[in-house]
Design a protein around this ligand. Structure first.
Ligand SMILES: O=C(O)[C@H](O)[C@@H](O)[C@H](O)[C@H](O)COP(=O)(O)O
Length: 253
């Protein structure tokens, strides 16, 4: 279950207003971490989040953010080639990364020549090297890597990353990165960060827009008496978890 982190909920009328707020939120955290530790480790998900991040690549942030200090990771990735239409890397590249000057060596895509299991192990090894160099911080509380910010989305079924309702991967306690070959959301083969890593992030932002997600938002943030726990209900952060909702997503709160 979620720990005792600070939890905030920010509601907006439209997706456009969420996008404006999310750009400022991300730019402010970038400035904070660059000042404090000389780097900013940012974890992206796939899906609609990348579209909602679009204003970061516009003025004033395009020229204000210290992009050369960014290190970019994926909370989950589909096991497909990087130029495949399903690739989360390709989505982020076209939606954000090709528009801003992040050094290519600081963008950590998965190895797309490996199996799902191999790609997960390879990604975990990559993270371990970056932790050794203190590019990625370590959580004093849990010993897991402590990313500065994860920008997350949620599916209508209450999944986040590739952690789906009722799936045993939700209970992983040791691995940093794991794989799935039977994802209910296509494509079936994916790698994903585990809850111990996700919940050790300093800041987690859960960005949810659209009324098809209102039920899962209600389960997570409202007074739901439902007997089952959705993956998203286990989401926490070491410092602060913020939910960004538009009117549709918040319509059942
Ligand atoms: O690879 C993926 O499928 C994503 O990383 C996934 O975890 C996504 O964040 C949610 O499914 C929400 O996606 P939407 O915002 O598009 O509904």
């Amino acid at each position: 279950m979620a720990g005792q982190c600070q939890k905030k909920v920010e509601k907006f009328q439209t997706e456009e207003e969420v996008a404006v707020r999310l750009a400022k939120y991300t730019a402010d955290l970038s400035a904070k971490f660059v000042k404090e530790r000389g780097a900013f480790t940012v974890v992206l998900s796939g899906g609609s989040l990348i579209y909602t991040l679009r204003k970061l690549a516009e003025e004033p942030y395009k020229f204000m953010v210290e992009w050369e200090k960014w290190h970019v990771f994926w909370v989950d990735e589909r096991v497909v080639k990087r130029d495949h239409a399903d690739s989360n890397y390709k989505l982020a590249l076209e939606g954000l990364l090709c528009k801003v000057p992040i050094p290519p060596g600081q963008v950590y895509a998965i190895n797309d020549t490996l199996s799902a299991e191999g790609a997960a192990e390879d990604y975990e090894t990559c993270l371990k090297h970056l932790v050794e160099r203190n590019v990625i911080a370590t959580s004093k509380a849990t010993g897991f890597p402590k990313f500065d910010l994860m920008l997350l989305g949620m599916g209508p079924d209450g999944h986040l990353a590739s952690l789906f309702p009722g799936h045993s991967l939700c209970n992983e306690k040791t691995k940093w990165v794991t794989h799935i070959t039977d994802s209910p959301k296509p494509p079936p083969e994916r790698i994903t960060f585990t809850f111990p890593v996700i919940n050790s992030a300093a800041y987690n932002a859960m960005v949810v827009t659209g009324d098809d997600k209102a039920d899962a938002v209600q389960r997570a943030l409202g007074n739901s008496q439902h007997p089952d726990t959705l993956p998203v209900q286990s989401l926490a952060a070491e410092d602060e978890l913020t939910w960004f909702l538009d009117q549709g997503a918040a319509s059942k709160l």
